[in-house]
Write a protein that binds this ligand. Sequence first.
Ligand code: SAM
Length: 190
Amino acid sequence: GYRSRAAYKLKEIDEEMQLIRPGQLVVDLGAAPGAWSQYVRRKFAGAGAAAGELDGTIIALDLLDFEPIEGVTFIQGDFREDSVLERLKEAVGGRPVDVVVSDMAPNLSGIEVSDAARIAHLVELAVEFAQAHLKPEGALVCKVFHGSGYSQLVELFKRTFRMVKAIKPKASRDRSAETFLVGRGLKRVG
Ligand code: SAM
């Protein structure tokens, strides 16, 4: 089993888009309690990996600590802080990243404009990180919410990636406004 049902959302997205493969470097943003990292880890522990070894690298980041997952590098901190971003960059160590996944969600206030701004800010930072670190054919998966600000985030993805798709996994409750944007293939900055 997984630590959270959230794993099934990434599983559905991955099964549709074929994003996660052994040998990759994957960055998991907003990773606690660790279900997405567990899902990626299982894919890395398959055929090509020697017993007990992982064929692939996972770097996870969250505000909150969680029970360690063997082979997953964890950075605790706020992704919006420069010092935390620096630690993440150090862990990446200049290697090109295959996939960035972000399930980060801010604490919502219920005030639509400020919530939309908080969500947009996290997505914008994830897109910036992806632009700086992804391989040219790499992919970014980001949780977003329908409602105010959604179409601007789709536009941001379309400016950044050659292929953009919005996926609402069945494992996301119907009533929840969450959707996942998948961007693949960085557009060249002109
Ligand atoms: N994908 C995770 C899993 O499968 O276990 C679940 C992630 S949970 C829905 C969202 C996470 O985003 C929370 O653990 C929260 O602490 C984290 N988060 C929200 N804002 C953040 C920020 N600014 N920096 C880092 N993590 C953040």
